[in-house]
Write a protein that binds this ligand. Structure first.
Ligand SMILES: Cc1cc2nc3c(=O)[nH]c(=O)nc-3n(C[C@H](O)[C@H](O)[C@H](O)COP(=O)(O)O)c2cc1C
Length: 225
């Protein structure tokens, strides 16, 4: 695949085939993604690749805690509810996904089912939990580094016909993830990436989220043309 096809063609995948992802393929993807830039080449990232029974235990613990009303525990600062244009974009993509899935606006049961799927990381066969060295938590620079390697993983996967959804839902209960994986206290959990072979019959996988016009986000300064 051409680079542009990978970037333009990628979308979040939320329905997966029940087909394991070979460890070798994941290793290849990570070998590529680790070429991401990082501030002063600090490479503050760690990747915890989870599958099988361990991943099922994370799904179970996450779901049980969320249903029991255990408040989410994140290792990074959350911004609270989105507002304004950010809220609007959040709604737009949710509407697209619900439309694709045939979930009516007032169908509480189906909406709850969708949220629960998220807490299970959409039943993907693999989840990569991204952590960074806690000693850097006071700054925001390492978050940039984490985004860089995260996108590299997702693109490397897409090139190999693997789908992903970066998700916060799957690691809402960080103590569950730590317990199962053994992530040490000197690492902060940033996010996770659910990964697997896309189930092309899963309607939400066809949804294409929109982007604002380039003119709306770019400011050219000092150009003569
Ligand atoms: C940091 C981050 C967290 C995300 N968390 C979730 C999540 O918890 N659940 C989910 O379904 N999608 C999640 N997403 C996926 C976004 O909703 C998705 O990337 C966005 O709507 C754009 O759609 P696209 O990836 O198909 O282009 C997350 C993406 C990012 C970058």
């Amino acid at each position: 695949m051409e680079f542009e096809d990978v970037v333009r063609g990628r979308r979040s995948i939320r329905g997966y085939k029940k087909k394991p992802v070979p460890r070798k393929v994941i290793q290849e993807i990570i070998d590529i993604a680790k070429n991401a830039p990082s501030s002063m080449n600090t490479q503050p990232w760690h990747l915890w690749v989870v599958t099988g029974d361990a991943l099922d235990r994370i799904r179970k613990g996450n779901t049980e805690n969320m249903l029991a009303g255990v408040p989410p525990t994140r290792d990074i600062n959350a911004h609270g509810a989105y507002e304004g244009v950010h809220r609007q974009r959040q709604i737009d993509v949710a509407v697209q996904l619900f439309e694709a899935m045939g979930i009516a606006r007032h169908d509480k049961e189906m909406r709850q089912d969708w949220v629960m799927r998220g807490f299970r990381q959409f039943d993907a066969p693999v989840s990569i939990v991204l952590t960074f060295d806690k000693v850097l938590e006071a700054g925001a620079v390492c978050h940039f580094d984490m985004g860089a390697i995260c996108f590299g993983i997702v693109l490397g996967a897409w090139e190999r016909r693997l789908g992903c959804v970066i998700n916060s839902q799957g690691i809402m209960q960080s103590q569950v993830v730590r317990e199962v994986t053994g992530i040490p206290e000197d690492q902060n959990i940033m996010t996770c990436i659910a990964m697997g072979y896309p189930d092309d019959s899963f309607p939400a996988n066809g949804a294409r989220s929109r982007r604002q016009d380039t003119d709306g986000l770019v400011h050219f300064v000092g150009f003569e043309d």
